[in-house]
Design a protein around this ligand. Sequence first.
Ligand code: PLP
Length: 282
Amino acid sequence: TWVLWNDRLVKDEDIHLSKEDRGYQFGDGIYEVIRIYDGSMFTATEHINRFYNSADQIKLIVPFTKDVFHKMLYDLIEANEVVSGQVYVQITRGASPRQHQFPTNMVEPVLTAYTKEVERPVSQMANGVSAKTVEDIRWLRCDIKSLNLLGNVMAKQEAHEAGCFEALLHRGDSITEGSSSNMYGIKDGVLYTHPVTNLILNGITRSVILDCCKEIGLPVVEEPMSLKTIFANDEFFMSSTTAEIMPIVMIDGKKVAEGLPGDWTKKLQTALEAKILQAVHV
Ligand code: PLP
């Protein structure tokens, strides 16, 4: 398979990375994951904008225009003939002798991207998954899609060890998001989700879902949900590029309502699916 290494498509074995790459040593970089449906990237523009925005937030300059970057990702997908899958792309501040402050701007950032074939998690989307509540101990810039994922990794591991699919993060009583997803509750015909602040990653799937809510007439309240009243929800779900709309039917070993994917959640899944089909077949 081909990988993108800076502006070149190379074979996997021809990629060379430094032991002093700042991504490797400090997590000094940012990344994106973009879903490929039927050979096309879904919401590519939104992901690319977020990539540039994350880079900007850490004062890293991406050395390509957005259009060139978009084309480079498409060339990679085409070279690997990916039909259903994802592209992972990251950029680091480059390699230079280890010191915390930024290197001089003579040091070039290092971009890598690769693709992976993955199927949609259809059976989990139909049946729902479980979550474990975990205290959110991450930093205060969760809006940046940073390579520093230790807080997310630790939380996910804790959920995984408890046999759960995702960690449901909370700062005290306030539910923020998942370890790699956004979180939503539905109660009395209203959808609740954390507002876009520094405490969550503004999910691209989240924005698409909020559009779907308008279409299906589901009112949205963007405020943090309370952990104490979590079981008052009629429905609960998470979203991400890879998990799409994933019903959460069990939290900390207790059922949410009847322990089945809810009706609004299913309607939202249908609405999202329509958008995917529309985007891919134009
Ligand atoms: N929140 C976090 C912490 C994430 O890592 C992700 C990405 O997977 C999301 C939310 C969901 O974002 P998106 O819908 O853009 O994949």
